[in-house]
Write a protein that binds this ligand. Structure first.
Ligand code: GUN
Ligand code: ZN
Length: 435
């Protein structure tokens, strides 16, 4: 066989991906019932109808037969904490006691690089089992927790975004940054940002745990490295909002604290955004900042219900996050399931197509990564997943009756979890296979 196409593979299945946001554009998705995905050198070469593309394959390239299954871009989870893996499902009456009782003691263990690396490996296994190929990840204050995470991700050639938590007040001494927290973040950016597929997120934990001096220095760092990400939490919980109001009486709102310090910009991802008002959502949209909506976490901690209608009214960039360990599942399908119910409780409606968009192209757009991940546009990195509509007896029975694509996706989101993910590919390489 000639070497000209030795790095080409093809996959036959039903294909779904997006060109636009189905909430605002009628022709937002591409659906190929009998489709073919062609991958070359780890990137998408073509995606379309099998009948149209099969003849374009060079002799010797035999499609992998996934007929009866559905291929979509890998899911993108825009908010979660790898150090909190071991404390998932830890009960507490609300965010602030949960942080004190479980989170801070758990994160302390990440001063040990061996513990950090072992947890990062388990965490990445779990993401891939759930079909998540890109995630935006909080580490701890310890730089070794960042090295451990990126080393594990780099070894698997995954497209991951992560950063060191910045925190220099209102936290235990054992997790408090000294003077050097922001400087250490700069060193980590130099080391990891854009090294292979790794990307760095400047990560002030949330407004209450940074002094004004740290927030100022953090904003300077974000200006010095404008193509990095920023991630933080905002307006998750009513007690937290009240606390921020006391700490920053001059700010118009909790979100305004970040804007005043210069932390709102494209590639800034704000977790939760529950208690934002119309002006806040307008500022999110105007600055190109994005919301990471975390329904399983918000329901678990009793934080509140995200207002999709209000956010869409302002055309705020939206994405979905699991927020593990406050989130109760690594599965983006389960995250969709809870997002759907949150929308219903707020009197609005989230179609399944929109939820799959938010977990793929919508997230890529929120992150400024359209064309890199999140779709099957030619040239996009070939991170994709194979979903099995017959993964469980109940799913098989329900999806056999489906009368539309929407019904199929809805059943997968409401009834599905890691069991649905038959295979996960990263940059064209199989990285998880369900046996
Ligand atoms: N706010 C500040 N830190 C955290 C965290 O670790 N998890 C959640 N859910 N909210 C936070
Ligand atoms: Zn979080």
């Amino acid at each position: 066989m000639s070497t000209a196409f030795k790095n080409m593979q093809a996959y036959r299945a039903s294909l779904l991906h997006f060109h636009a946001d189905p909430a605002f554009d009628g022709a937002a998705h591409a659906w190929h019932e009998d489709g073919l995905l062609v991958v070359e050198d780890g990137r998408v070469k073509a995606a379309g109808d099998y009948a149209a593309l099969a003849d374009t394959l060079p002799a010797g390239v035999t499609p992998h037969d996934y007929r009866g299954q559905l291929i979509t871009p890998g899911f993108i989870d825009t908010h979660l904490h790898y150090p909190q893996t071991d404390m998932i499902a830890s009960p507490a009456p609300g965010l602030l006691p949960w942080l004190e009782t479980y989170t801070f003691p758990t994160e302390r263990r990440f001063e040990d690089p061996a513990h950090a690396r072992a947890t990062a490996e388990f965490f990445l296994d779990e993401l891939l089992r759930c079909g998540t190929t890109t995630a935006v990840v909080y580490c701890t204050v310890h730089p070794q927790s960042v090295d451990a995470f990126f080393e594990a991700s780099e070894a698997r050639n995954l497209r991951m975004v992560a950063g060191k938590v910045l925190m220099d007040r209102h936290c235990p001494d054992f997790l408090r940054d000294g003077e050097g927290g922001v400087g250490t973040s700069a060193d980590l950016i130099e080391k990891w940002h854009k090294r292979g597929r790794q990307l760095y997120a400047i990560t002030p934990r949330f407004a209450p745990t940074s002094t004004d001096a740290q927030l100022r220095a953090t904003a300077e760092l974000a200006k010095a490295y404008p193509d990095t990400f920023i991630q933080t939490h905002v307006s998750e919980n009513k007690d937290e909002c009240k606390w921020v109001g006391e700490l920053h009486p001059q700010a118009r709102s909790y979100l305004d604290v970040y804007e005043r310090f210069g932390l709102m910009r494209p590639r800034a991802l704000f977790g939760h955004c529950i208690w934002l008002d119309d002006e806040d959502f307008a500022r999110m949209a105007a600055t190109g900042s994005a919301a990471a909506v975390c329904p399983t976490s918000n329901l678990f901690l009793g934080s509140g219900l995200f207002d999709f209608e209000r956010a869409d009214g302002a055309r705020t960039l939206l994405s979905l996050g699991t927020d593990v360990g406050a989130g109760t599942s690594f599965s983006m399908l389960q995250t969709m399931n809870e997002a759907y119910k949150v929308a219903r409780l707020k009197g609005s409606y989230l179609p399944a197509l929109r939820m799959f968009y938010l977990a793929t192209l919508g997230a890529a757009r929120a992150m400024g990564l359209e064309g890199t991940v999140g779709s099957f546009a030619p040239g996009t990195e070939a991170d994709f997943i194979v979903l099995d509509p017959k993964a469980t007896p109940l799913l098989a029975r329900r999806t056999a009756q489906r009368e539309s694509l929407e019904e199929l996706l809805f059943a997968l989101a409401l009834l599905g979890d890691d069991r649905v993910i038959k295979a996960t590919y990263a940059a064209g390489t199989l990285v998880h296979s369900r046996t």
